[in-house]
Write a new protein. Sequence first.
Length: 257
Amino acid sequence: MRRLFPVTDQTSAARSDREWSFDELAEAYAYPALDAGAHWLRANMVSTLDGAAQHDGRSQPISGETDMRIFGTLRALADVVVVGAETVRQEGYRPARAREAFAARRSAAGQGPAAAIAVITASMDLDFSLPLFTSPLVPTLVLTGAGAPAERVAEATRAGAEVVVAGDGSAVDPARAVGELAARGLRRQLTEGGPRLLGQFVAADVLDELCLTISPTMTAGGAQRISGGPSVTVPHRLAPACVLEEAGFLFTSYRRI
C-alpha cells in the first residue's frame, strides 16, 4: 500500500504545507499496466463521515480544494469518464478539458488531449444543446439500449454525440457498456457516478477500483450512499492501495483482490 504524507508520519506536517504536485498525484493514482485487450474501471466518489454521498442533491458541498485536484488528476489519467444521466443533469457536466500539466504524460501513454465523456442513459432524457454534446474536445458518447427512443437517438447524433448501443432492451447492461468502451480503445475507464450507476457496476462485478474521498463532515438526513440499488449476494472485498490525508480529508484507493 502506497502512502503519501500519511497521518501517522511525524515528518508529514512540514511537507503538507505545500500542494501536492500533479506528478505526485499522477504517480499515486496511476492505472495498473494493462495486458492487450484488458481494461480497468475505477470509480471516484466522495462521502461524509456518516455515509452521505451528496448534500442537497450535489457532491460539491462535501468536497474540498484537494479533492478537486484529485478529481482533475483522475480525469487526466483516464481514456473515458463514464457518468449517469441524472448526474449530468444535477451536476451541470461539461466536457473534459486538456490539461497542460498532463499533456506529456498522456502523449507518452498514447492518449488524446483529454478524456471522452460517456453518458449512460435509458431514456435519452438529456439536453443535447449543452456544450457537453455540442463542443467537446473529444466527441461525447451516449450509451443506451437498443430500445431507446429513435427520435432522441437522432437528436443526439445531430448534436455530434456518438450513440453506442450497450443493451438489448431499453436499459444499458453495465458489463456490455464497459466492453463497448474498451473495444473503442477506451480502456482506462473512470466513473464519477452517481450512486445508482455505481451500484449497477458493483452488482455486475465490473468495478476494479474505488477512489473514495472521506470528507470530515456530518450531514445526517436521508442522502444517498455512494452506491445504490440492490445488494449483492456476497460482499465484494477490496484491498487498500493508497491513502493520503490533507486538512482532515482522507483520500483512499481500494482495488479488486
